[in-house]
Design a protein around this ligand. Sequence first.
Ligand code: SF4
Ligand code: MG
Length: 333
Amino acid sequence: EDKILQVNNLKKYFQMGKGQVLKAVEDVSFYVKKGETFGLVGESGCGKSTIGRTIMGLYDKTAGDVTFAGKNVHALDEKEKFSFYRSMQMIFQDPYASLNPRSTVREVIAEPMEVHRLFSNKQEQVARVYELLEEVGLNRDHANRYPHEFSGGQRQRIGIARALALNPDFIIADEPISALDVSVQAQVVNLLKDLQMDKGLTFLFIAHDLSMVKQISDRIAVMYLGNMVELTASEALYDTPLHPYTQALLSAIPIPDPDIEESRERIILEGELPSPINPPSGCVFRTRCPMAMEICSIKKPAWQEVEQSHYVACHLYDDTVEDKTPLKRLSTV
Ligand code: SF4
Ligand code: MG
């Protein structure tokens, strides 16, 4: 299979002053296959957007490497960068914030084409804008209006049209539906799926919960406090979640999944999300984990493939750990 993106042992730290270091991304490795949707899920502050931005080359990396279409994205020369940004585009959570309010929809969508001098002929460019509007379920009558005249869902469609303007291969969608109503979320997800089919797009789909991600993702990775804690095919993650954090996230999905017959027992996580400036020793999840054992504060769990293509970082699945007595009882409601 064709791995269009490879992320190897990526670390991204931010210097916070007073000698403090924010460990936003801690040693994360994964790949994305051409044509798939790879879901990246976790609470805000878990490092998922930082991964997206580091892959995009918007942030330099602290360690590790990101390879896109065979090239190290942090070692591109100016010319290579230019073509890289044609191949990889981003969609943002708040389409309103990412669209210039003083530009018409036509200007917003045409801007990347102008930067990349895609058309020398203005009429061809306008024709392309109309075509893009239709591809995202809008129409040419919308072209001369301003972003504030549109609903959230329509604005996200405009953001998608803009991202498609350069015919990219790969789109990083950073919480593209989180700010939208549930009914509109499904429409945008369906649009993204249709566009993927038509254009053979590859998506990195970033989300803060698991509710919609299953509909669109082939594989899903779950992140917690800068660490990847579980990664597997979408169905396997929903059917047999292994990591206690994934289990808690799944139990919190408000709308019951019609594919799952009995609703899951809700797992309430105790405690606050620790600061990535001062993460817990050993397993970063241990301060909130209902299954935490003695070893969890001492040793960081290894990232291991416990079933075929099912990766998890948790001592519960480590055969060399002898004492798996939980420190406290599982709290549920
Ligand atoms: Fe919980 Fe320990 Fe597994 Fe971490 S390693 S998720 S604390 S059981
Ligand atoms: Mg974010």
